[in-house]
Design a protein. Structure first.
Length: 442
C-alpha cells in the first residue's frame, strides 16, 4: 500500500484497535465491516521498532495478549498473522510477525481460544507451517484459515489437500482458502512485488530508483539474482512463460507481447530482457503481468469442490495497484457455476454466504430469513460475470489502483435493507454498513 495515500486518506483519529473500529464506523461504509487484530500491528504497538528485530519478552507477550482480548471484546473477527517470505515491510525487512517465536504465537492464539470467539488467520511460512496449524487448532478450539491453497506446476497443492483431509478426519478445523481466479500480478519494475522473495530483489526495497537502476544495469547483480532463483526452491520462482509486457511507454510495440517470445527473437534471457526494457523507462515504470499460480483449470476444479476448503484470498485492499480479485464472487458464479457447471447454483450461493458466516460465527447472516440482517444481492444467473478490470488514479495523492466496478448481471444490492445498487446503478453516497461482530459458536 502506498504510504502517502494512507497518510492523506485515513482519518488518523485512533490509537487503539477499538478506537480504529469506532473511527471506521463514524466515517461510514457501503458494506458491513469487521477486521482481524493483526499480529504485525500488535507487535509494533507493544515493542516499537524492536518488533522488526527480535523475539518478544514474556512481559511484552502478556501485553499483546491483553490487547487481543480488548480487540475481540470490541468486535474484532479474530487474529491474523503471517510468516510468508513475500511479506516485507520498511527497508525490505521481514514484517514483524515473522520475528515471533513459537511461544508468542501459541500465547496469542490461546488468548483467542479463551474468548470463545473469532477465527485465527494465517499465511504460513518457516516458523509456522501447515503441519503446525493442524496440530495447534484442536488445542486452541477456534477455527483456523490460511491463504492460500493454489494450484502450482509442482503439484504441491495435492499434498496440501491430502494434509487437509487427514486433518479434518483427526478433528482439526482448518479451512484452506481457495479462489476461482488465477493469481495474476501486474507490477511495475520500480516495485516488483513478486520478485521480492529473491533476497537480491528484496535488498532493493529500501533503495531509490537510482540505486535500483544501477543494480538492474549490472551483469554481476543479474547473475547473482538468477543464482538465487536457481536454488531449487519452487516458491517464488518466476514462471517466465506467463509474463506479458503490459505497459511500456518507451517501447509501446511490446505491449501485449509475451516476454518469452520477444526474448527468443532477441536470443536473450527473459529476466535480462525485462530489465533492459525497464531501463528504457525514466522511472523504471515498465509494467509486466504474470501468473504466479492457480491457472490449471482441471486441478482448480478439484480444489473448488473440496469440502474442507472455503472461498477466499481476495487480498482485500492489499497490492491495490498490482492485483484485483474483488470480482471473485461474480467470477465464481458466472465462469464456474454457470459456464463450467462446477456445482448447483444453490450450492454456489451457499459457499459464498452461509458457509462464510458460519465459519466466523456471524449469526443471522448468510441467509434470507426473518430477523436476519437484510443483506441481499439480486443477480441474473444467465448474465452474472466479473466484468473488466481497469486502472484508475482516484486515490488521495493520485495513487493508482485496479478496480472491477462494472460486473455484469448484478441488479440490486441491499445492505441492512438499504439499497447501495439499484437497477445496476451504484449509489456511492449510501453508507448503511455496520460493524459485524462474531457471537461465537460451540
Amino acid at each position: 500500500m502506498d504510504v502517502p495515500t494512507l497518510e492523506a486518506g485515513i482519518e488518523w483519529d485512533f490509537t487503539t484497535f477499538p478506537e480504529y473500529l469506532a473511527s471506521v464506523g463514524r466515517r461510514g461504509l457501503g458494506l458491513n465491516f469487521t477486521a482481524y487484530i493483526g499480529h504485525t500491528a500488535l507487535r509494533l504497538f507493544v515493542m516499537g521498532d524492536d518488533a522488526y528485530e527480535r523475539a518478544a519478552t514474556a512481559e511484552e507477550i502478556v501485553d499483546m495478549q491483553d490487547l487481543v482480548r480488548e480487540a475481540i471484546a470490541a468486535g474484532a473477527v479474530g487474529f491474523a498473522t503471517s510468516q510468508s517470505p513475500t511479506h516485507r515491510g520498511v527497508d525490505g525487512k521481514p514484517v514483524p510477525s515473522r520475528f515471533a517465536e513459537r511461544d508468542e504465537l501459541e500465547a496469542l492464539l490461546g488468548t483467542l481460544g479463551e474468548s470463545g470467539r473469532g477465527v485465527a488467520a494465517f499465511t504460513p511460512g518457516e516458523k509456522l507451517g501447515l503441519v503446525d496449524l493442524y496440530e495447534l487448532q484442536p488445542k486452541i478450539g477456534r477455527p483456523f484459515t490460511y491463504t492460500g491453497l493454489l494450484t502450482t506446476p509442482s503439484g504441491m497443492h495435492r499434498q496440501m489437500t491430502e494434509m487437509g483431509r487427514r486433518g479434518w478426519a483427526d478433528g482439526a478445523e482448518v479451512w484452506p482458502q481457495v479462489t476461482p481466479r488465477p493469481l495474476q500480478f501486474s507490477m511495475s519494475m520500480a516495485d516488483p512485488f513478486t520478485f521480492n522473495v529473491n533476497p537480491k530483489m528484496a535488498a532493493l526495497m529500501s533503495e531509490g530508483i537510482a540505486e535500483r537502476r544501477r543494480a538492474y544495469a549490472s551483469s554481476a547483480w543479474r547473475a547473482g539474482t538468477r543464482a538465487e532463483w536457481d536454488t531449487g526452491l519452487d516458491f517464488g520462482k518466476p514462471r517466465w512463460e506467463t509474463f506479458v509486457f503490459s505497459e511500456s511507454a518507451a517501447n509501446p510495440e511490446l505491449n501485449g507481447r509475451r516476454v518469452v517470445g520477444v526474448a527468443s527473437e532477441r536470443d536473450i534471457d527473459p529476466f535480462d530482457l525485462i530489465l533492459d526494457v525497464a531501463l528504457d523507462e525514466p522511472e523504471l515504470a515498465l509494467r509486466v503481468a504474470s501468473v504466479v499460480a492457480n491457472d490449471d483449470i482441471d486441478e482448480l476444479r478439484t480444489l473448488l469442490l473440496e469440502p474442507g476448503c472455503t472461498l477466499g484470498l481476495s487480498d482485500a485492499g492489499a497490492h491495490v495497484s498490482q492485483i484485483c480479485d474483488a470480482p471473485q464472487a461474480t467470477d465464481y458464479l458466472g465462469n464456474w457455476v454457470r459456464d463450467r457447471q462446477l456445482t448447483t447454483l444453490e450450492d454456489g450461493v451457499y459457499r459464498l454466504t452461509k458457509q462464510q458466516a458460519d465459519i466466523f460465527g456471524l449469526t443471522d447472516r448468510g441467509q434470507l430469513a426473518p430477523g436476519a440482517w437484510a443483506d441481499v444481492v439480486v443477480f441474473d444467473p444467465d448474465t452474472i460475470g466479473p466484468g473488466p478490470i481497469r486502472r484508475v488514479t482516484d486515490f488521495p495523492t493520485g495513487s493508482e489502483r485496479l478496480t472491477a466496478d462494472a460486473p455484469t448481471g448484478v441488479r440490486h444490492v441491499l445492505v441492512n435493507g438499504v439499497p447501495i445498487r439499484a437497477d445496476g446503478v451504484q449509489d456511492l453516497t449510501a453508507r448503511p454498513g455496520q460493524l459485524a461482530t462474531s457471537a461465537g459458536r460451540s
